[in-house]
Ligand binder design. Structure first.
Ligand SMILES: [Zn+2]
Length: 200
């Protein structure tokens, strides 16, 4: 009889633009309920505003990653790239005691200068292969169906728990879709991991 290894089906839930309350806390509660790990690409400015949420994310076993300080559109400007990334790195380090190895540029803008910086400074660039479109004017049902249709082992799914550096942004659609998505993917044998388990 052949001793076949079970197929590992990891999936990576990622949340951008937080922390943003109460949505980030609600997402953390859902992840806890399902024993799911995830990765939070936070803006430094939001992290300063919600240090206790940053500590909670780390304490509950998730990954904190860098999504610039102010969600800047002008990352490629001289000096700004360094300031936006390193300021956030310092804030994350001061609050959580941990360095963040992972970076995702706002809007996924990967100009050559951004890519070069990331490489030289030993960050890992993390984009996504499935955009949940939770930032668009679509229903929770469409978000859920879209992800369940497109998901495959090792998919990185993009969600938003915030909106840029605005406060109290409405991401309840993301919160509501998340439970249904996790429930369904669990039934299909998926495991929810932090981006540290992604082979990049
Ligand atoms: Zn963003």
């Amino acid at each position: 009889m052949k001793n076949e290894k079970p197929v590992l089906k990891n999936v990576f839930l990622t949340f951008d633009d937080g922390p943003n309350e109460p949505c980030t806390s609600q997402i953390l509660d859902i992840l806890k309920k399902f024993h799911a790990r995830a990765s939070f690409f936070v803006c430094g400015k939001n992290a300063q505003y919600y240090p206790q949420i940053i500590r909670k994310i780390v304490k509950e076993g998730h990954i904190i990653a860098n999504h610039t300080y102010s969600h800047s559109r002008f990352l490629t400007y001289t000096g700004l790239l360094h300031d936006e990334i390193e300021k956030t790195q310092k804030i994350i380090q001061e609050i959580s005691g941990k360095n963040s190895d992972y970076f995702r540029p706002p809007w996924g803008i990967t100009a050559p200068r951004v890519k070069r910086y990331i490489k030289i400074h030993n960050y890992k660039l993390i984009l996504w292969d499935i955009d949940s479109y939770d930032w668009k004017n679509i229903s929770e049902k469409i978000i859920v169906n879209r992800i369940l249709e497109k998901v495959k082992p090792n998919s990185i799914i993009l969600f938003h728990d915030g909106k840029g550096t605005f406060h109290k942004s409405d991401r309840f659609k993301t919160v509501n879709a998340l439970s249904v998505i996790i429930e369904n993917l669990k039934k299909d044998g998926y495991k929810f991991e932090g981006i540290d388990k992604f082979n990049c």
